[in-house]
Design a protein around this ligand. Structure first.
Ligand code: ASP
Length: 330
C-alpha cells in the first residue's frame, strides 16, 4: 500500500515536472517569426521626447506604407529585386529619411546621394555614389547592375549614365529640406540618421538587398560611406542571406559588415541571428562603430541587430502582416 502510494506520488511529480519543463521550453523558444521583406530607415541616437508623438506616427506610417508596397510586389509573384526597389522608392521620396528627397547636406550645402542594390541570384550588383540629380538613386544603382558592365559609378558620370538610361532627373534643390539645412548649420550630431534599406525573399527563393542614403551630414572631399559599397553596406547571396546596413559607414567598410554576416553563416556555420549579433554586438561595437543591419535568410528568418538607442525598422510576413519598430527593447 505504502509503495503504491509512493509510486503514484512519483508519477504525478514526474508529470508535473514534464508539464513545467514543456511550458518553460514553450516560453523560452517561441516559434521563429518569418518575414518575406524587412526594411530599415536608419539607426542612431534617436530621442523619443524630442521626436514627439506626431513625428513618430508619421515615421511609422511611412515605413508601414513602404512595407506594403514591397509586399504587393511579392504577393503578385514579383521578384525580390522588384520588391526592394518598390519599398525604397517611397522612402526616397519622403522628407523623413536621409535618402533621396530629405537627404543630408554635404559641407558645401549640396546633396550627394549613394545607393546600391544586389541580386542574390546572380550574384549581380550595381551602385552609384555622389549623384546629385537622380531622383531615385536606387533605380540608378539598379540600372548600373542591369544596363552596364560595371558595379559602381560615381559623381557626374553616374548622373549622366542615369539620365542616358531615361531615369528621372531633378535639380539638386529637390532634395533640400529645412530640417537637414538646420542639421548642417548646427552640425547636429544626432540628426544624421535615416539611411534606408530593404531585404526581400521572393517565392522563387531568391534574395535581394538595397540601400540608399545621403551619407553623413557635412561630409567633405567626396567622402563615400558604406551604403554604395557592395559587401559593406549591402549584400545578397541566394541560399545564405541578404543584408542592408546603416550607421557610421567607415566602420562598416573596415569590417565589410554586410558580407561578413554571410561569411559567418557560410564558413562558420552560424545561424543568421548569431552571425548578425556577432557582427554588430561584437565586431562593430568592439571597434567603436555604431549602427545596425537588417538581415533575412532564404527560409524567411530575419534579424535586426543594432547598438544605437534606436533603429527605424519593420517587416512584413508572407500573409501581409506588417510590424514597425523604432526603439531598443520595443
Ligand atoms: N551608413 C551611412 C554612411 O555612412 C550613413 C547612415 O547609415 O546613417 O554614409
Amino acid at each position: 500500500m505504502h509503495t503504491k502510494y509512493l509510486n503514484i506520488k512519483a508519477f504525478s511529480l514526474l508529470l508535473t515536472s514534464l508539464l513545467v519543463l514543456s511550458l518553460c521550453l514553450a516560453c523560452s523558444s517561441p516559434p521563429p517569426s518569418r518575414a518575406v521583406l524587412v526594411v530599415h530607415g536608419g539607426a542612431g541616437v534617436l530621442d523619443r521626447a524630442k521626436m514627439g508623438p506626431e513625428l513618430e506616427k508619421e515615421y511609422r506610417a511611412t515605413l508601414a506604407a513602404a512595407l506594403r508596397a514591397g509586399h504587393a510586389v511579392l504577393s503578385q509573384g514579383g521578384s525580390a529585386l522588384d520588391a526592394v526597389s518598390a519599398t525604397i522608392l517611397p522612402l526616397e521620396d519622403s522628407h523623413l529619411f536621409n535618402a533621396g528627397h530629405g537627404a543630408v547636406f554635404s559641407a558645401e550645402g549640396r546633396c550627394e546621394l549613394d545607393a546600391s542594390i544586389m541580386d542574390g541570384a546572380g550574384p549581380r550588383a550595381g551602385a552609384v555614389t555622389g549623384v546629385q540629380s537622380v531622383r531615385h538613386p536606387i533605380l540608378a544603382a539598379r540600372a548600373v547592375m542591369e544596363k552596364s558592365e560595371h558595379v559602381l559609378l560615381s559623381g557626374a558620370g553616374a548622373d549622366a549614365f542615369a539620365k542616358e538610361q531615361g531615369l528621372e532627373t531633378v535639380s539638386n534643390e529637390f532634395f533640400h529640406t529645412e530640417r537637414r539645412r538646420r542639421a548642417l548649420e548646427q552640425r547636429l550630431a544626432d540628426d544624421k540618421h535615416g539611411t534606408v534599406g530593404c531585404v526581400a525573399l521572393d517565392s522563387a527563393g531568391h534574395l535581394a538587398a538595397g540601400t540608399s542614403t545621403g551619407g553623413m551630414t557635412a561630409k567633405r572631399w567626396g567622402r563615400v560611406g558604406d551604403s554604395p559599397i557592395i559587401g559593406a553596406g549591402t549584400w545578397a547571396q541566394d541560399g545564405v542571406c541578404a543584408v542592408s546596413a546603416t550607421g557610421w559607414g567607415e566602420y562598416f567598410i573596415r569590417g565589410a559588415i554586410a558580407s561578413n554576416i554571410a561569411g559567418r553563416m557560410r564558413f562558420g556555420g552560424l545561424s543568421l541571428e548569431a552571425a548578425g549579433s556577432q557582427a554588430i554586438h561584437k565586431e562593430l561595437t568592439e571597434r567603436g562603430g555604431t549602427g545596425g543591419v537588417i538581415a533575412l535568410d532564404s527560409k524567411g528568418r530575419f534579424t535586426t541587430p543594432f547598438n544605437t538607442p534606436g533603429m527605424f525598422r519593420g517587416w512584413v510576413t508572407l500573409e501581409g502582416q506588417v510590424t514597425v519598430k523604432i526603439w531598443k527593447g520595443e
